[in-house]
Design a protein around this ligand. Structure first.
Ligand code: NAI
Length: 511
């Protein structure tokens, strides 16, 4: 099948009629393709065809598809008895078990049957496309076609090109994906492809914050929802997916990247996996579950009694402006001198440094200093961190003051980048690393993230919204304080932040 071939009347083979194969069959048939389904277990293939029929009829009942279109789509689906029934296919998508040897064997058998211009694609989520293609007779026609579960609801499909994939194959799969009603993005073969790499930022960094004792899982979930706008916090998400799925996937990406520190797994994930505390499926995860329902502890009550006077550092002009605006709205006893009066609560708004460094560098009394995260909206929640020697009186005064309008306040331990800044900076940095190596186009990095991961914004848009220079400072601060290369900023981010341009700015190197 060459790149000019029309997708009208296209015949698509699917090998593996499990959860993914069925979903792919549904969207392909709904997109007007002839679909042929093969499974090693013919009973499963039969059930798969019936299942897809029921799903299409249900869509018609809901008015999402006309009855005629649903019946026409069902009429386009048939079951293959043997591999040779796939002979006339233009494209075959493999969705069998995630095992390299099994996939290579399937591909070898398939190559004996299909024509030379048939595209063979794998729905693998973690195996290298180059490795699957390595034993093929014609590796140039092999690519990844990575759908997300449940396929009919998840619009994204990654079209993955290995080092051997010929460009007409990617071009055609992009069109086939669109005909299935999907939003395809083109990605270079790499561990975790695009989406599974970016998804690591949220979970791994949050788990490291727990390992360091900076904040608890419930607090981190609350912060990521209320400050950064995530629909689910990282620990609720891991409970839903199950650590038996998340943790091995994380370890694999880390190993496949030769121990890239950005993907270094956290101990809390390993320990809980070993203990069998996997999430919802085991009735116990980062949250307890009662009758299958997540049990969330109550928000701790805010202390009463604000400070007699409060002073806000001007070291960070943006943070100063945002915090003083909020404090005015709260009728706080605000001082306006260049230095705090003796006994005043000192609020700092560090960007990339911790409360301790802010207090010491600015010559403030650390026992009266509390840091406030002002990079994100403070509308739904406020996050504060004392230094190790901040008095409990001052910490409670800051807490009471910022809870003055009934908004919740989360107190975390001293850490550069608080929680949300730190986690979002890691997500941005991974997205930027992908852009830097040219594995995907900047716009596709954001599109894939919002479609597949349901994040409020893609990594590059997040950086632009918060200020590329701010994200850079957070990463540089983390790297300086922890001395850990996991925080080294991607040159892609560094250059765009220094140039003052959007992080999505592509590079034109054509002549
Ligand atoms: P599944 O276990 O639901 O279905 C696999 C099907 O393949 C089974 O029906 C099995 O009988 C059949 N099968 C196994 N060996 C076969 C062979 N040699 N020839 C023909 N059929 C064979 O698995 P699922 O979840 O549908 O996953 C399939 C593939 O999609 C895997 O590579 C997986 O990594 C990938 N994937 C899965 C996602 C998910 O969320 N479940 C998401 C994205 C990709």
């Amino acid at each position: 099948m060459d790149s000019t071939a029309s997708e009208q009347g296209l015949r698509l083979g699917i090998i593996g009629a499990g959860a993914m194969g069925r979903g792919i069959a549904q969207v392909a048939a709904a997109g007007g393709m002839e679909v042929v389904i093969l499974d090693a277990n013919s009973q499963v293939a039969t059930e798969g065809c019936e299942f897809v029929g029921r799903m299409l009829r249900r869509l018609a009942e809901k008015g999402k598809l006309s009855v005629d279109d649903a019946e026409a789509a069902i009429g386009r689906i048939r079951q293959a008895a043997t591999m040779s029934d796939l002979a006339g296919c233009n494209v075959v998508v493999e969705a069998v078990v995630e095992n390299l040897a099994v996939k290579q064997k399937v591909f070898a058998e398939l190559e004996n049957v299909v024509s030379e211009d048939c595209i063979i694609a794998s729905n693998t989520s973690s195996l290298s496309i180059a490795a699957i293609a390595s034993s093929a007779r014609l590796p140039g026609r092999i690519a990844g076609f990575h759908f997300f579960n449940p396929v009919p609801l998840m619009k994204l499909v990654e079209v993955i090109e290995s080092i051997r994939t010929e460009s007409w194959v990617g071009d055609t799969l992009m069109r086939v994906g669109r005909q299935m009603g999907r939003e395809p993005v083109r990605v270079r073969d790499a561990p975790g492809f695009l989406v599974n790499q970016i998804g690591r930022g949220l979970t791994i960094e949050s788990a490291h914050i727990v390992d360091e004792g900076i904040a608890g899982t419930v607090e981190i979930d609350r912060i990521m929802r209320d400050l950064a706008g995530f629909r689910m916090g990282p620990f609720e998400l891991m409970d839903l997916t199950g650590l038996d799925v998340t943790h091995p996937a994380t370890e694999l990406i880390y190993q496949q990247f030769y121990g890239e520190p950005r993907f270094r797994p956290a101990l809390v994930m390993e320990q809980r996996t070993q203990a069998g505390i996997l999430g919802r499926k085991t009735g116990s995860g980062f949250y307890p579950y009662e009758d299958g329902k997540q049990v969330v502890p109550d928000e701790p009550p805010a202390p009463t009694g604000g400070p007699d006077s409060v002073w806000v550092s001007r070291a960070e002009p943006e943070g100063h402006a945002r915090l003083t605006q909020l404090l005015r709205n709260l009728d706080a006893p605000l001082e306006d001198g260049d230095q705090p009066s003796a006994g005043a609560l000192c609020l700092v708004t560090p960007m990339g440094s911790d409360a301790t460094s802010a207090a010491v560098d600015q010559g403030l009394d650390a026992s009266r200093t509390v840091a406030v995260d002002t990079l994100f909206s403070m509308e739904n929640r406020r996050v504060i961190m004392p230094t190790p020697i901040t008095s409990s009186r001052m910490r409670q005064a800051a807490h009471a003051l910022l809870a003055g309008d009934g908004r919740p306040v989360t107190v975390i331990r001293d850490s550069p980048g608080f929680v949300a800044q730190r986690v979002v900076a890691m997500i941005v940095n991974i997205g930027c690393a992908i852009a830097q190596c040219g594995a995907a186009a900047p716009a596709d990095i954001d599109k894939a993230t919002t479609l597949a991961l349901n994040y409020p914004q893609g990594p590059l848009a997040f950086a632009d919204a918060l200020g590329p220079a701010n994200i850079l400072r957070v990463l540089e601060g983390l790297q300086k304080i922890y001395g850990d290369p996991r925080y080294r900023p991607s040159p892609w981010l560094m250059r765009r932040a220094r140039l003052g341009v959007s992080v999505a700015t592509p590079e034109d190197i054509s002549h």
